[in-house]
Design a protein around this ligand. Structure first.
Ligand code: ZN
Length: 355
């Protein structure tokens, strides 16, 4: 059997699925031995060529309207932002998921490696280990004095999305709204601007996905690192509030940054609907547009595995070779495919982190 094309991915929520609730031992077992639930675990990752990526710590809203998924199947929708999280609630949730990732690594006997620098990713590639980069989606666990930032950095945190789709002390996320511009509210707070500076000093990646447009431009103005949106798509193809306008894409290009293509059907489809019956050609339309602006060095993948309704045509992480085939069918050459699937992510992490 030929080896599948190696993938390095910008976003998954497997820690939320397996480690947020329930005990770590069974979560680690489910990840390492595999199940048929959700999208991502180690055996299915190996089958699909998924060699690593950013593993998100996402502190879920305490209360969320049960009808959100139903609403996003509609023709238009405007989901109100959920209320903010208390610091202690967010920290508890984050500790559960981060400790869960430590447990996975420890139980894996070398098969999973938490990567804190580019050399770790290189070593994981050589040994065949799954490379996990610790990422926070929404900085609610971090206090305004950044004490928790120091602790999380020492624990291995190397990527921060200042906001998820809600407001916090750092800024305001974009609501799930279709059709809509991403310009939905005010930009970063003073604490948010200080967080950008702190991330630059620590050489921690700042993730632009989920920020509204003003917050995006605040980061673009302040940050000295390549601009990265780990899991967002092209607004020109699907006019969703979560997607990036051509002006935003050009700013990312000019910084030497990257956009990871999100497989969430509501951000892929031209009609904005959450509907798993979505052909992979729809995803290729986004990659065509993104490559048209960012070039073949500025586009990667950002699956949203275990965090979104993705095309049935892909199914789960083991279906990634079908996506590679869709790129081939669209006429992408092998070098471009290698870059989109893995090398661009590793390059932008190396340039952000140094070394
Ligand atoms: Zn997300």
């Amino acid at each position: 059997m030929t080896h599948p094309t190696p993938i390095f991915d910008g976003h998954n929520d497997v820690l939320l699925r397996l480690m947020h609730k329930g005990d770590h031992a069974s979560g680690a077992k489910a990840f390492l031995e595999g199940t048929d639930k959700g999208h991502l675990d180690l055996p299915r990752a190996r089958a699909g060529g998924f060699t690593g990526g950013l593993f998100a710590v996402f502190c879920p809203p305490i209360e969320r309207a049960a009808s959100v998924e139903e609403l996003m199947r509609g023709e238009t929708y405007d989901i109100p932002l959920p209320t903010g999280l208390a610091l202690t609630d967010a920290q508890q949730a984050a500790i559960a998921m981060i400790a869960g990732l430590f447990r996975i690594e420890r139980s894996s006997k070398g098969a999973v490696r938490i990567c804190r620098n580019a050399a770790d990713i290189d070593c994981a590639a050589v040994s065949g280990a799954l490379a996990a980069v610790l990422h926070i989606e929404g900085a609610e666990p971090i206090d305004a004095d950044f004490r928790m930032l120091d602790i999380l950095y020492q624990a291995g945190l190397r990527s921060i999305g200042p906001v998820w789709s809600r407001s916090n002390i750092f800024g305001h996320g974009v609501p799930f709204r279709f059709p809509s511009s991403p310009d939905t509210g005010p930009g970063l707070t003073d604490a948010g601007k200080a967080l950008v500076k702190a991330c630059n000093e620590l050489k921690v990646l700042i993730d632009l996905s989920h920020l509204n447009e003003k917050g995006f431009w605040d980061v673009a103005k302040l940050s000295d690192a390549p601009l990265v949106a780990s899991h967002s798509n092209a607004h020109a193809v699907s006019p969703h509030s979560r997607n990036l306008t051509d002006d935003q894409l050009r700013a990312i290009r000019d910084s030497g940054g990257l956009v990871g293509i999100n497989y969430a059907t509501s951000f892929l489809r031209e009609d904005g609907r959450m509907n798993a019956d979505t052909p992979l050609e729809t995803l290729v339309r986004h990659s065509d547009h993104l490559i048209g602006i960012l070039g073949p060095d500025g586009v990667g993948l950002g699956s949203d595995f275990d965090g979104a309704v993705i095309p049935t045509a892909l199914g789960d992480v083991s279906g990634l070779p079908k996506l590679v085939e869709a790129f081939r069918a669209a006429g992408y050459d092998e070098e471009t495919i290698r870059k989109i699937c893995r090398d661009n992510w590793v390059s932008v992490l190396r340039r952000t982190w140094g070394g």
